[in-house]
Design a protein around this ligand. Sequence first.
Ligand code: HEC
Length: 108
Amino acid sequence: MHTTSFRLLFSLAWLSAVLPACMPQTLDQKTPVATPKMAQRSNQPLGTLQRGRSLYIAHCGRCHEHQIPASVSSADWHIVAPGMAWNAGLNQSDERAVLSYLLAATSD
Ligand code: HEC
């Protein structure tokens, strides 16, 4: 009976190692939809986060892949976002909306 559970564990480990490579993440997975929960946690209006997400999708994947917001820490987003907003030609209000979205979607 030990053999069976070992086999199951082994195939699960194999699947989790191989599946992500076969299924590249879609844009929706990489850029999580802004939720009321995110708005509450980050203390930003939901509309701002939704606008920030649209701007992020439209402008921030032009020169490189979209970075998963949670893969960058809040501190690093504060450092990176202004330069990248300049790269993307965003005005100040759009820059703030994108940063609000990125911070809200970053878990730390
Ligand atoms: C005009 C091209 C361009 C646009 C538009 C652009 N980026 Fe970048 N981005 C770059 C380049 C080039 C690098 C790598 C060099 C660097 O770090 O400056 C980079 C790097 C990054 C990094 C990694 C930084 C690091 O130090 O590892 C993040 C995160 C990032 N961009 C986010 C964004 C976001 C958010 C936006 C939209 C506001 C954006 N980018 C728009 C060109 C662009």
